[in-house]
Design a protein around this ligand. Structure first.
Ligand code: HEC
Ligand SMILES: [Cu+2]
Length: 316
């Protein structure tokens, strides 16, 4: 059996066991009874007697029906009581955003720290996961915790737990989501509260240092943006050398004004570029046709940031 690594794992497993063994024993009892009756009441072709007419037995039938109803209600009420415990998280849990996308899990902590396919949580502390999907339906499944939650596009779903066992626990995607579905794996690391705090503090310290090296960072982001510019097909319509194609050239545009179709002028800042990518029709550059496709859903937030950094880095 898998280890029971969360506060709810034990009670779920007891209920699961009760239902499993009850079903298995009932199944064996019914099958045995069928075989027994088939043999006992078997008649050969030569047997001259017709099957006797059997009258119903109201008391027996009613008691079987009532008995089964009671059993089902016990399972239902028991299951509901357990389920109610995982419905609402206790006050002030540690919240982690989890984004499911083809084919990885992205975790984002409230301090901005992002991890791919890896989650670190403190032991014995309530943790609440807030799920969203970037594409199709996924399902976040932690077998050792006996917990699973669907991750649905356009909808926030949640799950909370209290990890009770230090160590690494596998996380799987439990909803078929495309060709690499089976590789959509993550690791959930449970560490002590002290280790968790130092883990976060170290990162926060490193981040502050990084801000000081922001210059270098911007350069690498621009580099990433340059790659995306070719990968995402921008080069089909845009140059960065001043020539017009289907779209206007994009060198040296950042921070300058653009003349729009209706004759008005607009300052090209980050929001303008972002809007050009997400809703290209919102502000049309004068002299061009509305041919740019939207990159909503194709470019992630951080990719848009990289493209902006690249456009910023281009001089006239
Ligand atoms: C199918 C052709 C096409 C593709 C592909 C395309 N664009 Fe465009 N783009 C245009 C056209 C046409 C315009 C001008 C009309 C408008 O404003 O929508 C434009 C406008 C823009 C503008 C505003 C330009 C200005 O002078 O203010 C930006 C920024 C831009 N595109 C960036 C991109 C980026 C980045 C990509 C790739 C991720 C991209 N475009 C892909 C056709 C395209
Ligand atoms: Cu998936």
């Amino acid at each position: 059996m898998l280890p029971q690594a969360s506060s709810s794992a034990h009670s779920f497993e007891i209920l699961f066991g009760v239902i499993f063994w009850f079903s298995l024993i009932s199944f064996l009892a019914v099958s045995t009874a069928i075989v027994f009756f088939v043999i006992k009441f078997h008649r050969t072709r030569r047997d001259p007697f017709k099957t006797p007419f059997i009258h119903g037995h109201t008391v027996l039938e009613t008691s079987v029906a009532v008995g089964l109803f009671v059993v089902v209600m016990i399972f239902f009420i028991w299951g509901w009581a357990d389920y109610k415990k995982i419905l609402n998280a206790p006050q002030d849990p540690l919240e982690i955003n989890v984004i499911g996308k083809q084919w990885l899990w992205e975790m984002e902590y409230s301090n901005g720290r992002k991890l791919i396919n890896e989650m670190v949580v403190p032991k014995d502390e309530p943790v609440k996961l807030l799920f969203s999907s970037a594409d199709v339906i996924h399902s976040f499944f932690i077998p050792n915790f006996r917990l699973k939650q669907d991750v649905v596009p356009g909808l926030y779903t949640t799950l909370w737990f209290q990890a009770s066992l230090l160590g690494e626990h596998p996380v799987l995607c439990a909803e078929y989501c495309g060709s690499a579905h089976s590789k959509m794996l993550a690791t959930l690391k449970v560490v002590s509260k002290e280790d968790y705090d130092t883990w976060q503090k170290q990162w926060e310290k490193a981040k502050t240092q990084k801000v000081e090296e922001a210059q270098e960072d911007a350069a690498s982001m621009a580099e990433q943006g340059k790659g995306l510019f070719t990968q995402k097909g921008c080069t089909a319509c845009h140059t960065v050398t001043g020539q017009k194609l289907i779209g206007p050239p994009l060198n040296g545009i950042f921070g300058k004004e653009v003349e729009l179709q209706d004759g008005s002028k607009h300052f090209r800042d980050e929001n303008y570029i972002r809007e050009s990518l997400m809703t290209p029709g919102a502000k049309m550059v004068k002299g061009f046709a509305p041919l740019m496709p939207t990159f909503q859903g194709t470019l992630s937030d951080s990719e848009v940031n990289a493209v902006i950094a690249y456009l910023k880095s281009l001089k006239e």
